[in-house]
Design a protein around this ligand. Sequence first.
Ligand SMILES: C[S@@+](CC[C@H](N)C(=O)[O-])C[C@H]1O[C@@H](n2cnc3c(N)ncnc32)[C@H](O)[C@@H]1O
Length: 218
Amino acid sequence: MLPFYGRKLSRKNKNFCPRTLKANEFFFDESSSNLSKEITNSKSIFNLEIGFGKGENLIYQSQIKKDELFFAIDPYLSGGLSLLKGIEFNKISNIFFSDLPFAKFLNLAKNFSFKRVYILFPDPWPKKKHKKRRLINEKFVENLNKITTSKSEIIIATDDADYSNQISKTFSNIKTFELFSKRNDYLSFQDNDIYPTKYYTKARNQNRKINFFIFTKL
Ligand SMILES: C[S@@+](CC[C@H](N)C(=O)[O-])C[C@H]1O[C@@H](n2cnc3c(N)ncnc32)[C@H](O)[C@@H]1O
């Protein structure tokens, strides 16, 4: 399973102590007890965002779906810090977040079934020699299969044309998901109630085509 290759802290936050983040009641890691039976057995709908960045979409989703729970993972600690500020400012209590990469989260998520999984602008790793680092590959989709149920939605956006082709091919090889929607216009986020994240805004400002997919589990 893939390790995490990206950056954990921005230069601006280089003196930030991760303990501040990790002490928060909504933070979890492999040793946490707050992913307790109460949550696992709760009747709530669970959603997951992988690679939440600064957490803008999560904050938005958690506010418009107040009865649902959101799990969020991203090893980028500076992003976690931004998310935490948003959680505290908006007094949010339905987001659980972690700096675990997906591979490690999977061990904790075995008892969960997510209704929606958001993956917005996964790192494209455009150089040929780095393509193996991409998050979305067949193994990843097989793992998504384990933590989703019939009618679950996988919502993905990318502005990298080659990654977009890889995503289409990968999902069509794994027969448990079907393509429900594919768009490449800028209204796809608005029409599907997705917040225009930092990477959406960057791609749009540079007139880059944004490929947007929704796959549903059969
Ligand atoms: C290009 S950024 C996109 C951030 C945000 N979704 C947006 O649209 O602005 C990709 C994010 O994925 C995170 N990431 C990379 N590999 C990951 C993994 N294995 N598990 C979880 N997050 C990961 C990175 O740390 C980074 O914050």
